[in-house]
Ligand binder design. Structure first.
Ligand code: DGY
Length: 325
């Protein structure tokens, strides 16, 4: 008998077909969000699950899902999963690194340009029938070319964002828990600085850190106060990395000129004060959402699930210590 697996949200048909070659697959092609109770009910008897970042996997869930052996997240971020609890329960956890780097970096640039050059605001102006014709001081934006780009978090995605800055003749500064190698710095034309210097010098600050207890509100009131007057903040990493309430204040009263945000604290709920601001570009957590990349993420999660349950060695294992438990 084939092991049973659950796919918690809609995925591409060929991904399900691939899984069906190895497993008895229960899928959610209707794409109905599962609350905790529904998720637990659907996980009964399952050996593995393909989750998304909205499915919370913690000790309480694991306690009532004793057959579970693998949790394969369709995301590079895994703050929805308690890795230690999974390890204790002997459950493998995987993510989808690499496949989304370029698309996420591209989208970060979409946010940079849309925010700096007021694309969304001026589009809304036209659609509302308010355009009376050309005039000199209309929608004056911020130049991206020759500006200083600051990158907080120089992992795979941060590096891709940095490399794209070359075409805009930018100065690139970065801060990271550990300084990158000289080779990476050369390839990215990026200079390592302290977090304080990054905040003080960046015209455009992009966040590319994972969400952990250490990075919770890594950009809060004190950090925002250190930023340049007229600076722009871009967050396509995770909600919670930025204190949204403090951000509202920094956008309304300075020092920030604008923000481009793909992720939010408590998403999908939005801070209404943020929504009311014209100098913010808001998108619904779609930085990785090109057709090819979302397909690649789902297929990589499926490969992880197959490897986890057939060999015990999934390529993107996050908690190798699960074995010792
Ligand atoms: C990720 O992979 O963590 C992204 O946020 C998904 O969109």
């Amino acid at each position: 008998m084939k092991p049973k697996v659950l796919v918690t949200r809609e995925v591409f048909d060929d991904v399900l077909a691939y899984l069906a070659g190895f497993f008895e697959v229960a899928s959610n092609q209707a794409d109905l969000p599962m609350d905790r109770e529904t998720l637990v009910r659907n996980l009964a008897g399952m050996s593995g699950v393909m989750t998304t970042l909205v499915d919370r996997v913690d000790a309480d869930l694991l306690a009532v899902c004793p057959t579970l052996k693998a949790v394969c997240n369709i995301a590079v971020g895994f703050n929805n999963i308690d890795l230690a609890a999974c390890a204790r329960a002997g459950v493998m956890v995987t993510n989808t690194p690499g496949v989304l780097d370029d698309s996420t970096a591209d989208f970060t640039w979409a946010l940079i340009l849309a925010t700096a050059r007021r694309v969304v605001e001026s589009d809304a102006h036209l659609r509302a029938g308010q355009w009376q014709g050309w005039y000199l001081k209309q929608f004056l934006g911020t130049d991206v070319h020759h500006a200083t780009l600051g990158i907080l978090g120089m992992g795979r995605i941060g590096r891709k964002v940095a490399r794209r800055a070359a075409g805009f003749d930018m100065t690139v500064l970065y801060h990271n828990a550990r300084q990158a190698s000289a080779e990476v710095e050369r390839a990215c034309n990026a200079t390592f600085v302290s977090k304080e210097a990054l905040l003080a010098q960046a015209d455009i600050l992009c966040l590319h850190v994972p969400y952990t207890p250490e990075t919770h509100h890594i950009i809060g009131r004190p950090e925002l106060a250190m930023m340049k007057p007229g600076a722009i903040l871009i967050n396509a990493a995770r909600g919670g990395v930025v204190d949204d309430a403090a951000l509202v204040k920094a956008l309304a009263g300075g020092p920030l000129a604008g923000a481009g945000l793909d992720v939010f604290e408590n998403e999908p709920a939005l801070n209404p004060a943020l929504v009311a601001l014209a100098n913010v570009v808001l998108t619904p957590h779609i930085a990785s959402s090109s057709a090819a990349t979302r397909h690649g993420m789902a297929m990589l999660a499926a490969h992880n699930l197959v490897a986890a349950l057939t060999t015990g060695k999934p390529p993107n294992l996050l908690n190798p210590e699960y074995r010792q438990t």
